[in-house]
Design a binder for this molecule. Structure first.
Ligand code: NAX
Ligand code: ADP
Ligand code: K
Length: 508
C-alpha cells in the first residue's frame, strides 16, 4: 500500500478523472458508499447520526453519506457550520439532499446522537484552522460520542504527522484510495483512531511516481532441502564492553532464531569468558581488548573478512576514541554487507567519517533510533520526529546507504529513494535491548544473501510481529528483548500462514 501526501493525492485524483476518464462524482459515490459500509461494520448499533460537513469535497463525501443513511432508514441529521454556499460536487450532493427533503439543521444540537461524522476538512485543508472552524472542531470533541472522520481528522494536515490544535479526535478514520502520512506516523496517527482505506477505483498507476509504501507484503525465503550451514550465512557481530555484554548476546540469539547458519561474536578478550559461558549455539572470537575493543582489533577483523557473509558492529561497544577508529576503519576496509547499530553509529558520528559511507561498494545499513540519528545529522530530535520520513530519505540518498530509522513506527529508506514504513510493533517494545534484537534479525537476513531491500523489509516486519506476539503472550509492561527473540519462530509462522492481521485494512 502506498502512502501519499496531499499534493500527490490530488494529482492522482486528477489523473483518474482527466486521463482515465472516471467522473469525479463516481469517485465521490464510491467514497461515500465505502464510508457508509465502514461505519456500519464498526458501529453497528449507531442509528442516530450527526454529520458535520464543510464546503469542499470532504463535505461532499459527508453529504453523500447523509443520503445513503437517510435512504437506509437511519435517523441522520446534518450541519453545514461553515456555510451553505457550496460548489461543484459538494453542491450537487447538497441539491440532491434538498430534493429528498433533507434540510440541514440550523442550530448546533445539544445531543441525542450515537455517532458524529466529521466531514469538515480533508486533504484540501491547510493549517492553521480559522476561528469559526476551530469552534466547530472543539465542539465535536466535546460531545463525548464516537467520531468518524472522513478522509482525515479535520484540523490535521495530510502531509504531517505533527498534531495541530485544535483537530478532531477520531475513533475511526475512513480514507480513500491511499493512506496519507498523517494516518501512519505518530503522533498524528493517534488522532485518527482505527484507519480504513476504501478503494474508490483510482488505479494504482495514478500514483506511480510515489515511492512510499507501508510494509505488508513480505516474503519469507525458502530453506532449500539441500542447504548446509555454510550457505545459510556466517555472520559476525562485533561489540560488547564491560557492563554491556548483554546487547551482543541479544543480537546473536536473534541471528540464530532468524535462521543464520553460523553466528560468531567478536568481543574483547577480557570479556570472552562471559560470552563463552552464556552463548551455546553461537561462537565467540576473542579480539584485542580487556574491557572494550582495542584499536588493534580492527586489522584482525579485516583479516577475517572472507569468512563472513555479513558484519554488524556496535551493540554494547561503548563510545570512545579507539572505537571511532575501528568503525571508520571497518567502513573503509570491510567488503560485504555491513550494519552499524548503537555505539557503532555513535562512534561513526564522533569519528566524523560519514563521508566514507559514500565510497562503500557493498551495502551499508544504519539502524539509528531518533537520538542516534540526531547525533549523526545534527538535527534536533523534535525536528526529526516532525520530518521523519523525509529526513530518513534525505540521509540514505545523500550517503548512499540504507537507513532504518526507529521510533514507534520504523522507516526503511533506500539509497535509490524509496521509503518503506512499518506499522508493526507495540509500545511494549520500548525497552533496552529490543533494538539489538532488530540488529541481529537484519544482519542474519543480510548474511544469508537476501536482496538488501527485501531483507530490511522482512526483518523490520518480523521483529515488529515478534514484539506483538510477546506482548500478547506476556503483558505490555513485562516483555524483555529476549522474550521478543523467542517469539521470532511464531512470527515467521504467522507471516507464512497469512494470519497477520492488517494494521490498515482495505475495503473495496
Ligand atoms: N475526486 C476527488 O477529488 C475526490 C475527493 N474526495 C474528497 O475530497 C477531499 C478534498 O476536497 P477539497 O480539495 O475540496 O478540500 P477539502 O474539502 O478538504 O477542504 C477544502 C475547504 O476547506 C477550506 N479550507 C482550507 N484550509 C482552511 C483553513 N485553514 N481554515 C478554514 N478553511 C480552510 C477551503 O477554503 C475549502 O472550502 C478529500 O479529503 C476527500 O474527502 C473524495 O470524494 C474522493 C474523490
Ligand atoms: N511504541 C513503540 N511501538 C512500536 N515499536 C517500538 C515502540 N517503541 C520502541 N519500538 C521499537 O523497539 C526498538 C527499540 O530500539 P532501540 O531504541 O534501538 O533500543 P535499544 O538500543 O535499547 O536496543 C525499535 O525497533 C523500535 O522501533
Ligand atoms: K474530515
Amino acid at each position: 500500500m502506498k502512502v501519499l501526501k496531499a499534493a500527490e493525492m490530488s494529482s492522482a485524483d486528477r489523473r483518474a478523472i482527466e486521463y482515465y476518464g472516471i467522473p469525479s462524482v463516481v469517485l465521490m459515490e464510491r467514497a461515500s458508499l465505502g464510508l457508509f459500509r465502514a461505519i456500519r461494520d464498526e458501529f453497528p448499533y449507531a442509528k442516530r447520526v450527526l454529520v458535520v460537513a464543510g464546503k469542499g469535497n470532504n463535505g461532499g463525501d459527508a453529504l453523500a453519506l447523509v443520503r445513503h443513511m437517510h435512504l437506509h432508514g437511519y435517523k441522520v441529521d446534518y450541519l453545514l457550520p461553515l456555510g451553505e454556499d457550496l460548489k461543484g460536487d459538494a453542491k450537487l450532493q447538497f441539491d440532491i439532499l434538498l430534493k429528498l427533503g433533507k434540510e440541514p439543521l440550523k442550530e448546533f444540537p445539544s445531543g441525542g446522537y450515537d455517532l458524529i461524522v466529521d466531514g469538515l476538512f480533508g486533504t484540501g485543508f491547510r493549517p492553521p484552522v480559522d476561528e469559526k472552524a476551530s469552534r466547530v472542531i472543539v465542539w465535536i470533541n466535546s460531545l463525548g460520542v464516537p467520531v468518524v472522520s472522513v478522509d482525515i481528522p479535520s484540523g490535521l494536515s495530510a502531509d504531517k504527522h505533527t498534531i495541530y490544535e485544535p483537530s478532531v479526535r477520531a475513533d475511526l478514520t475512513v480514507t480513500f484510495a491511499f493512506p496519507k502520512v498523517c494516518h501512519v506516523l505518530h503522533p498524528a496517527a493517534k488522532r485518527c483512531g482505527k484507519v480504513v482505506v476504501v478503494d474508490i477505483g483510482i488505479p494504482e498507476q495514478a500514483a506511480e511516481g510515489v515511492k512510499r509504501w507501508i510494509i505488508g507484503d513480505v516474503e519469507v525465503p525458502k530453506r532449500e532441502v539441500d542447504v548446509h550451514k555454510g550457505i545459510m550465512g556466517h555472520v559476525l557481530l562485533v561489540g560488547g564492553s564491560l557492563g554491556k555484554t548483554g546487547a551482543l548476546m541479544i543480537s546473536a540469539r536473534a541471528c540464530t532464531r532468524t535462521g543464520s547458519g553460523l553466528v560468531s561474536v567478536g568481543v574483547p578478550k577480557g570479556l570472552s569468558h562471559i560470552f563463552e559461558s552464556s552463548l551455546v549455539e553461537e561462537m565467540s572470537i576473542p579480539l584485542p581488548g580487556d574491557e572494550r575493543l582495542d584499536e588493534k582489533a580492527l586489522n584482525l577483523i579485516l583479516s577475517m573478512k572472507d569468512r563472513f557473509s555479513a558484519l554488524a558492529v556496535g551493540m554494547g561497544m561503548d563510545r570512545y576514541k579507539e572505537g571511532q577508529r575501528i568503525v571508520c576503519g571497518l567502513l573503509e576496509g570491510w567488503e560485504g554487507p555491513l550494519l552499524l547499530d548503537a555505539d557503532g553509529l555513535n562512534n561513526l558520528s564522533d569519528g566524523k567519517c560519514l563521508e566514507l559511507l559514500k565510497r562503500r561498494k557493498s551495502p551499508t545499513v544504519l539502524t539509528p533510533h531518533v537520538g542516534e540519528f540526531s547525533r549523526l545529522t545534527g538535527y534536533s530530535k523534535e525536528y526529526i520526529l516532525e520530518n521523519f520520513i523525509d529526513l530518513a530519505l534525505e540521509f540514505s540518498t545523500n550517503y548512499s546507504c540504507y537507513l532504518v530509522l526507529k521510533s514507534s513506527r520504523t522507516a526503511v529508506a533506500t539509497p535509490d529513494g524509496k521509503v518503506f514504513i512499518s506499522l508493526r510493533g507495540t509500545p511494549a517494545m520500548a525497552k533496552g535491548g529490543v533494538g539489538d534484537a532488530l540488529a541481529g534479525v537484519l544482519t542474519s537476513l543480510l548474511g544469508r544473501g537476501m536482496h538488501v531491500e527485501d531483507a530490511l523489509k522482512l526483518g523490520v516486519f518480523l521483529h515488529g510481529i515478534a514484539g506483538e506476539i510477546a506482548h500478547e503472550k506476556l503483558h505490555r509492561e513485562s516483555i524483555g528483548a529476549m522474550d521478543l527473540v523467542e517469539c521470532i519462530p511464531e512470527a515467521y509462522k504467522r507471516i507464512e500462514n497469512g494470519t497477520v492481521t492488517d494494521s490498515i485494512s482495505l475495503i473495496v
